[in-house]
Every structure is written in C-alpha cells, then in structure tokens.
Design a protein around this ligand. Structure first.
Ligand code: ATP
Ligand code: ZN
Length: 211
C-alpha cells in the first residue's frame, strides 16, 4: 500500500484532494480532524499533514509520496525525488521594500537586514548575486518586519500583492517561482514504484484532458 502525504488544510489541500479524486482514487477527505484515510478502491493511505513536514516524512519513507510547493521542497533541502509538476498553487517568492524607498537592484541590500521564512532560498539568491545581507528568519507575518524596525526588506510569498500594499511595501524582485509538485521517497520498492506508475498514468490523463 502506498502512503500519500497531502496538506491537511491550506492552499494546497483542495487541489491535492481533487487531483486524486479525478484519478478515480476514492478516500474520505472531509475536514473532520482525521489524520489518515484509507482508499476503498486503490491500495493507498492518505496522511493529512502540515506542508512543511511533508518533505521530511517522504525522505524518511514514513510517506511514499507527497504533494508540496516547490518552495517548501527547495527550502527544506530534503533528499526526495521530484516526480512531476502539478500546475496548481502557483506563487512567487519576492523581495519587497518600503514603498517610499528607491530600488536600483539587489545590490541595494548589501549589509541590510531582510526578514523571511525562506532563509535557504534567499541565502542562495544573495550568494549568486554577490550580496551579503543579514537574514532574519521569522515564521509568519514577515511583512510587518520593516514597519517595526526589524528589517529593511522582506522576502516572502506574493500572490496578489495586496498584503504587501497594506503593509506599505512594494515588490521589487521575483527570486523564485513555485507550483505544487509530486515528490517520492528515494528508494521505493518495486511494488510501490508500480503503483506510482499507475497514479502517474492517471495524472497525465487528467492533465491532458484539462489542456
Ligand atoms: P501549513 O499549516 O500546512 O503549514 P502554510 O500556512 O504553511 O500551511 P499555505 O499558506 O497553505 O501554507 O501555503 C501552502 C503552499 O501553497 C505554499 O508553500 C506555496 O507553495 C503555495 N502558496 C502560498 N501562497 C499562495 C497563493 N497566494 N496562491 C497560490 N499558492 C500559494
Ligand atoms: Zn506550512
């Protein structure tokens, strides 16, 4: 039986559930606080978890498959196999600065403080651009950091930009683009690999029908 980890509740949940249902895999996905659900018509068990924990569970083999944002996959740096891009939960990770501030380029951040929940992705970006800055890792409400004097800039997920706007910030540079991906444990048994093939065949058929 395949164990499949999906986000319990958040921006990946609905489309992850929909994907497997469209693949004809039935399971109870009612948000009743249930953490596990076994499919009645496919040898799979679904685990409902926080998205940040999914790459670790898949790396450790606690789950065989998982759906996460590429941003979380890259940030956690876990050794898992990226099987397929899924085309939903698209978003971008951007640098933003106070609206009244001038922007000439990322070199403006030399020696400055940047608040983010993505220290690894940001660190790589700064390194590639030869910029040394002070990264303040915070787990939520990153956008308020400049207004409370914690940082000069932020690096955060942007979708519409309205959160930035209401915090007096402007987006100045996209540093990473993300969408949901299917990940797999590195050493699946032959039996599980066959089940993954079956699922992939169905996912591709679903995606082909949508395009
Ligand atoms: P959890 O409680 O599971 O830790 P979370 O608050 O960390 O949830 P969500 O906000 O649900 O995470 O986002 C999950 C993923 O969805 C993100 O890692 C990202 O890949 C993607 N995402 C984030 N914001 C958006 C958005 N505005 N539009 C589309 N996708 C997004
Ligand atoms: Zn999360």
């Amino acid at each position: 039986m395949l164990r499949i980890a999906i986000q319990k509740s958040g921006r990946l949940s609905d489309d992850s559930i929909k994907l497997f249902k469209e693949c004809g895999i039935q399971f109870d996905s009612s948000s009743s606080g249930k953490l596990k659900s076994i499919s009645a018509n496919f040898p799979a068990e679904f685990l409902f978890l926080r998205d940040d924990d999914i790459p670790g569970y898949v790396e450790d083999g606690v789950a065989d498959l998982g759906i996460v944002g590429e941003n979380v996959y890259t940030e956690t740096g876990r050794q898992v196999t990226v099987v397929h891009k899924l085309g939903f939960s698209k978003c971008r990770l951007s640098l933003a600065i106070p609206r009244g501030t001038q922007w000439n380029g990322v070199e403006d951040l030399q020696g400055r403080g940047i608040a983010t929940s993505y220290p690894r992705i940001l660190g790589n970006y700064l390194k590639e651009n030869g910029v040394e800055a002070d990264i303040h890792e915070i787990s939520g409400s990153v956008e308020i950091a400049p207004s409370i004097g914690l940082a000069d800039a932020v690096c955060d997920i942007v979708s519409s930009g309205s959160t930035l706007l209401s915090n007096g910030l402007k987006e100045v540079e996209v540093i990473y683009r993300s969408e949901a991906i299917l990940i797999a444990a590195p050493n699946l048994s032959e039996e599980k690999a066959l089940l993954l093939d079956k699922i992939m065949f169905r996912i591709k058929a679903v995606q082909a029908a949508q395009n």
